[in-house]
Ligand binder design. Sequence first.
Ligand code: SER
Length: 886
Amino acid sequence: METHEINKRFLAHFQAKDHTPVPSASLILDDPTLLFVNAGMVQFKPYFLGEVPPPYPRATSIQKCVRTGDIDEVGKTTRHNTFFQMAGNFSFGDYFKEGAIANAWELITKSQDDGGFGFDPDRIWVTVYENDSEAAGLWQKVAGIPSDRIQARDGRDNYWDMGVPGPGGPCSEIYYDRGPGFGREGGPVVDEDRYLEIWNLVFMQDIRGEQSPKYGHPPIGELPKKNIDTGMGVERVAYLLQGVENVYETDLVRPVIARAEEFSGRRYGADHADDVRFRVIADHARSGVMLIGDGVTPGNEARGYVLRRLLRRIVRSVRLLGVHEPVLPEFAAVVRDAMAPSYPEIARDFDRISEVMRVEEEAFLQTLTSGSRIFDLAAEETKKAGGNVLAGDRAFQLHDTYGFPIDLTLEMASEQGLSVDEDGFRTLMEEQRQRAKADAAARKKGHGDLSVYRELLERHGETDFLGYTDLQATAKVIGLLKDGQGVPVVREGDKAELILDRTPFYAESGGQVADTGVLLGSGGEAKVVDVQKIVPGLWVHRVEVIAGEIGLDTEVTGSVDQTRRGSIARSHSATHLVHAAVRGAYGRRAAQAGSLNSPGRMRFDFTTPGPVSTDVLTEVEEEVNDYLQNDVEVQAYTTTKDKALELGAVALFGEKYGDNVRVVDMGEYSRELCGGTHVGRIGELGLVKLVSDSSIGSGVHRVEALVGTDALKHVRKEQLLVSQLANTFKVPSDQLPSRIEDVLSRLRNAEKEIAQLRTQQVLGSAGSLADKATDVQGVAVVAEKVDGDIDAGALRSLAQEVRNRLGSRPGVVALFAPQGEKLSFVVATTAAARDKGFAAGKLVPSFAEAVGGRGGGKPDLAQGGGSNPAGIEQAITALRGAVAAG
Ligand code: SER
C-alpha cells in the first residue's frame, strides 16, 4: 500500500467518525519552546490547555514532523527518520480512552478491502502506563487482546509530554510483531525491533511543570478537560505494509536511494557502510526539501544550523560513495516527485528550494576543496615527522577555519594510514565553546548580571532617547557600573558603563551601529565607545574616562560625534532606498534578511527566489541614484502598527513590534517601520555606489554600497587601478578587456601545449618499458619505477600505453612514480590476464604496505598513492610474487 494511500485511508476513517480534517501545520510554528513541529498535536496545543476554545470537538490530520535528536542513528536502525509524517486523531474534551482505543483498533485490523490496514490482530501487542488498569481492561474488552499481550511500562516509555512544561498524559502504545526472524520473543518490553511501535495513544489530561512525570515527578495540575492525542507513524506503517526492511525503503524514500545508486555506480544492499550512507542521503534529502519548503534557510544558528548539518551530511555521504559532483538539486527533484501529491507546495516552490540547495552545496564543496588541501599538508607534515597521529590542533583548525567535519578528517586520515588525536580535538572544541559562551555573555551583559540593569529600569523607567532631533543634551547619571558592579564614581583610565536618564546617543539596533562621542561633566570627561540596549528600553553607554572623574547623580553633557552620525544616517537611508529598489525588481519575495549601517558604508542582505544578476543590480543602483535627484524630504512619524501596515509600510519578518511603531517615509518610494536615524532630505546622500555583491548562504544575497564621499573615493580608486592596468598592458583603458582575454588565451594554449609535450615525452618511453616485460608463470610482467616527476594522470596514460603494447598476451603492468616524499602507482591488466583471474584492483594490496599506501580500482585498472618511495623495489618484488602465486 502506497504511503499516500495510507494517509488517505487514515483521514477517511476518522472523517467518517465526525473528525474535522485539518491540514498539516508548517514545520516552523511560532512556538518558542520548539525548534520544529515534532508531533501532530503541536498546532492544537492551545485547545488542550483551554487557552482557546476548540472550533471542533474532534479533528484528524497528517502532520509533517521533524525530529533531529537522533540524527546520528539515521540509516543505522530500521526506523529513525528525521522527517516523518504523523497521522493523528484528536478529541478536545469529547471521547476519551475507550473511543481512542476502539477507533485505532478498527482501522488497523479492518481488512484492506474494507478500507483498513488489514494487520493481523494476533500480532498486535499493546503497552499501558504503570497501573492504568482502565486502559488495559479496555484493550481486552474493546479489542479482545489477551492480557499476555498487554504490557505495563513506566513513565519513561508510557507518559507523553512535549519535553517542556505544557499538556501531557499517560499513553498506550500499539506494536506490531514482525516475527521471530526479527528478534527475541517477549513483547515490546524485550525487543523494540521485532515489536515495532506503530501508534501512540495519549490520554491528555495533565499539566506538566518544569519536571516531567516521565521521571516520576507529579504533574502540576489537570487540564480543563480530558482529551485524546494520537500519533501513528506513517512511515512505519508503510514499511510494514510494503514488506520492505526499513523506513528508508518505502515508496517515498527509496527513489532517492535509486538516484544515488545511479550517481555513484554502487549498489544499495552490497555493503553495510555504503547502505548507511544511502539511507542518510535519502532521509536527509527529504527533510532538507521539506524544511526549505517551509522557509528555513541554512545558517549558523538554531533551525538554519540543523538544516545546514543535514545538507552537509548528504554531501559528505555522497562523497564517501565516491561522487564529487554537485547532487543536491537532483535529489531535491526526486523528493519533489515523491512528496508533491501530498504536499503540492513543494512543487510550486521548487525553483527556490532547489536554488537554496544548490548554493549551499556549492559553498560546502568549496570548503571541502580548500580543507582538503590543508589536510594534505597536515598529513604530509605528520608523516615527515615520522608520526602517524594527526595532531588535535590540526583537526581543530580544519574544523574551525575550514568548516571541515571531524568525521571527514577521520575518514581521510585513515585513508592515509593515519589516526587523529580526537581527545586533543575535543578539548580544543570544548575550550572554544566555553570562550564563545563567555564572550557572548560578556558582550550581552557587560560583566554584570542582567538584574542590575533590570533594577535600574524599574527604578528610573526607560531612557528618554533624544537623538532623532538632538545630537547634544544634558542628562543625569543614574547608573554607574564597573565590571558589572554599581560604583559611586569613575575615574580617569576607568572603563565603565554609564546610564543616563536621557540621551542623544543611538544604541545599536535594527542594523544601525551605535553612536560614539563624548560625555562632559563638571569634574571630568569620558569617551563613549559603544551604546547598547542591554535590557529593552535601557541605554547603556560604554565609556572610557579620559580626564577627571564622573560621579553618580551628577549632570553630564553628551555630544554625539556629528560627522560620524551624519555618515551613518546616510548609510541607513541608502539601505531603505536599496531595499525599495530590490523589492521593485524582485517583488515581495525579496525579503530583507539583515543589514548593517555603518559610517559611509551599508550592507543589505536579502533573500531572493533565484540568482541575482549583475544587470538587475546595475538597475537597482541606477534607480536609487535617479531617485536621489528628487531630493524628497524624509519623514518619520509614529502611528499604530495596524495603520502602518495598512499604509503599506514594510515590516521585517521575525521582528517584534509594539503596538505603536515608527514609520520612515521617503516620498512614495519607500515606507518602512524603522527606529533608526536618517538624513533630512535624500539629496544628502550624494551618490550610492554598489561595490560588491555576493551570495552568503542559500538564497541569501548580500549587496554592499558606499555612500556620499566614501562612494566618490571608491570610484577614484577604481579609476586609478584601471589606468595602472592600461599602462602595464599598454592599451587605452577601453581595450583592456580584450587585451587581457587575449593574453590569457595565449597563456592557456601554451600550458596545453606544454602538457601535451610532456605526455608525449612520457608515452615515448612506453615502448622501452614494454620491452622490459619478463615472464612470470606465463604472464608478461612490467613492474618498474618511472622517474621524471610524472603526475598521476600521465602515469595512468603511460600504463595503458604499455598495456596496449603487450597486445593479446596475458600481461600485468605496474608502474611507480616517486614524487618527492610521496609516490603514485598504477596497475593495469590485459584482457588475457583478467581471463586468468588477475584483477588490477586485487593486486594492489599485495604491495601497498611496502610503499605506505592505499589504492584500489577496477579489474582492468587500479590507481593509488603512497608515502614511502623507498619501498618501491620491495613493492615490485611483492607484486611479482603475487602474480607468481596466481
Ligand atoms: N503526541 C504523541 C506523540 O508524538 C502522540 O501523537 O507520540
